[in-house]
Design a protein around this ligand. Structure first.
Ligand code: ADP
Ligand code: MG
Length: 296
């Protein structure tokens, strides 16, 4: 594995969003804005939606639809209501007020009117920086973040954990084409947690998912599952893989050499056939014993 690519939300970060503040410039009261967003987020399973679980709302929403990597659309009082990232609202013709922020920003609109935005924080998992450094020591050439979130936030995360690159504002299919490009640089390991990561996991040489937080689709599509959601497992995994490869080669070379030696001795009549058979089983036992070293 030469390249490690990571999803951001839920993989490098804990995936536990907390509402930080309401961005100025909205057209409604703060509570009203939060109420609209919470009403729609009740229909989502995205980690962002959990930030709004604690907010009560009496608003009724109809026909809610979720757009992966973008946000949600529903109808409140018969008016089209949108909740999601800036790109999503702009794409649907809403004039929004963009703000520079190192955090995740969620905008809302109702009936084409811009309501305002809230910023959310999602903490980076502990030990990420060390994992990235250790992977580098183990020979990983490049570590990259592929995210659907904004570039500001991605840059912040990349700097904080000491990675090489980031690609932000990616839709699920764009994540896929970025992963294919990375694969061209060498063996690609992709680490992710969400439904939108599953297609990328199919193309990666080795896919890793988060066992606890990860969606079942991601777990299903991956080759390795980090049961405790600890990224440190990646370092252990790479070490174990290297050790496995070394022992496999030792066994192959040892067995083949020994067999040829016994064959030659048998043909020359130096070794009786019965002893050659005995030696053959001995080689097999030694190979198995050598494999048991994997456990230590
Ligand atoms: P990541 O690749 O970091 O895991 P996603 O692709 O799941 O992120 O989402 C990308 C962006 O799409 C989010 O940062 C957010 O702006 C927007 N988004 C996705 N789902 C929702 C949702 N349920 N509510 C609001 N915004 C959402
Ligand atoms: Mg994710």
């Amino acid at each position: 594995a030469k390249v490690f690519a990571f999803d951001k939300t839920g993989t490098l970060t804990k995936g536990e969003f907390v509402v930080k503040n309401v961005v100025e410039g909205g057209q409604v009261r703060d509570e009203e804005l939060i109420s609209v967003i919470s009403a729609l987020e009740k229909y989502s399973s995205h980690p962002i939606s959990k930030a709004f679980e604690s907010y009560e709302t009496e608003l009724l929403v109809e026909s809610v639809e979720e757009f992966a990597g973008k946000g949600l659309r529903g109808f409140i009082d018969g008016e089209e209501t949108l909740v999601g990232n800036a790109k999503f609202l702009i794409e649907r013709g809403v004039a929004i007020k963009e703000s520079v922020s190192p955090y995740t920003v969620i905008h809302a609109s109702k009936g084409g009117r811009y309501l305002g935005a809230v910023t959310l924080v999602d903490e980076i998992r502990e030990g990420c920086r060390q994992v990235v450094a250790e992977l580098k020591n183990l020979g990983v050439k490049k570590s990259v973040v592929l995210t659907g979130d904004r570039a500001d936030r991605a840059r912040e995360v990349v700097n904080e954990v000491g990675m090489d690159e980031f690609k932000a504002e990616l839709l699920p299919n764009e994540k896929l084409s970025e992963a294919e490009k990375l694969k061209g640089l060498g063996g690609l390991v992709y680490v992710g947690d969400g439904i939108n990561d599953a297609p990328v996991m199919k193309v990666a040489n080795c896919a890793v998912s988060m066992g606890k937080l990860g969606s079942s689709v991601a777990v299903e599509a991956s080759d390795v599952v980090l049961i405790k959601d600890e990224l440190k497992g990646l370092v252990d995994g790479v070490k174990l893989a290297k050790k496995t490869k070394k022992i496999v080669w030792q066994n192959i070379v040892f067995s083949v050499l020994m067999k040829f030696a016994f064959m030659a001795l048998g043909v020359l009549g130096v070794l009786p056939l019965s002893l050659a058979v005995f030696a053959d089983v001995g080689v097999m036992l030694l190979a198995v014993l050598n494999s048991l070293r994997m456990r230590f």
